[in-house]
Design a protein around this ligand. Structure first.
Ligand code: SF4
Length: 238
C-alpha cells in the first residue's frame, strides 16, 4: 500500500538515504501508486531535469504510464524544441496549453494571474481530460524556500493524489541519475540555467537557492507558478 511507504520525517530521509537507496525508494513509490491507481496515474512533465528523471523512473515501472506537458506561448525556443523531441520519443505525452487572449505583458503587471491562466488552467484541464486520480511530479524539498513543506504523498484536492517520488533527492543526485542513465535534457542547462520556466520570468542565477532565477524583480521571486499550491479540481473554464 502506498500509504505504508509515506513517512512523516521526509527531511530526515534527505540526509539518511544514499543515492541508490533514494532511487529504490522512488521506484517503490511509483510501483505502489501504479498498483493502486493504474491508468489513473499520470506524470506531469515540465521538461525540466526533475521531470525527465521522474518520467524515466516511471517508464522503468511500466512503459504504458502516460504523461502530460503544460506549455505556454512564452516558453523559450530551446524548451519548445526539446518538447517536440520528447513527444516524438514518447507519443503518450499529451500537450496542453491555453491560447486565450490576455493583456500584453501580464507577466509583468500580474504574474500570478498570468500563471493562473497559462499554467494552472491547462493543468486542471489535463487532470480532467486524462481522468487522473494520481498525478506524479518532480517536486523536490531541497529546491528552495517554497518547497520545504511538501510530502511524498499528498491529497491537496479531494480525490486527487499527488505523488512526489523524488522529493528527497538533492539537485546533484538528479544530475547523477540522468548522467548514469543517459537521459536527454533541455539544452538550456548547458547555458547555466538551474530552474526552467517561461522566457520573460526566468534568468540565470547564482547562489544556493535553485529557484532564485524565477520571477526576479517581482513579489513572486523564487516562488511558485501555482500548480503546486492552487486547487486543481475546480470546474474547467472553457
Ligand atoms: S512564468 Fe511568467 S510568462 Fe509564464 S505563465 Fe507565469 S507569469 Fe506568465
Amino acid at each position: 500500500m502506498l500509504e505504508n511507504l509515506a513517512v512523516k520525517d521526509t527531511v530526515g530521509l534527505v540526509e539518511s538515504l544514499n543515492f541508490a537507496q533514494k532511487v529504490e525508494r522512488s521506484l517503490e513509490l511509483i510501483k505502489e501508486a501504479y498498483a493502486e491507481y493504474g491508468d489513473g496515474l499520470v506524470v506531469a512533465n515540465s521538461l525540466g531535469k526533475d521531470s525527465v528523471a521522474v518520467w524515466h523512473l516511471a517508464k522503468r515501472v511500466n512503459r504504458k504510464i502516460r504523461g502530460f506537458i503544460v506549455t505556454t506561448r512564452y516558453k523559450p525556443a530551446e524548451t519548445v524544441q526539446f518538447m517536440n523531441e520528447e513527444v516524438a520519443r514518447y507519443p503518450e505525452l499529451k500537450v496542453f496549453r491555453n491560447d486565450a487572449e490576455i493583456p500584453d505583458k501580464l507577466y509583468q503587471t500580474d504574474p500570478n494571474r498570468c500563471c493562473d491562466i497559462l499554467k494552472v488552467e491547462p493543468t486542471r484541464r489535463a487532470i480532467e481530460e486524462m481522468n487522473v486520480s494520481c498525478w506524479v511530479t518532480g517536486l523536490r524539498c531541497t529546491e528552495g524556500r517554497t518547497r520545504t513543506d511538501f510530502k511524498e504523498v499528498e491529497e491537496r484536492d479531494i480525490g486527487l493524489i499527488k505523488l512526489n517520488p523524488i522529493l528527497i533527492w538533492y539537485e546533484r543526485e538528479v544530475w547523477q541519475y540522468l548522467a548514469l542513465n543517459n537521459v536527454p535534457v533541455n539544452p538550456l542547462y548547458a547555458k547555466g540555467y538551474r530552474s526552467l520556466g517561461c522566457a520573460p520570468c526566468t534568468k540565470i542565477a547564482q547562489g544556493l537557492d535553485e529557484r532564485a532565477g524565477r520571477w526576479i524583480g517581482t513579489s513572486k521571486c523564487g516562488g511558485e507558478c501555482g500548480i503546486h499550491t492552487r486547487p486543481l479540481k475546480l470546474p474547467v473554464v472553457k
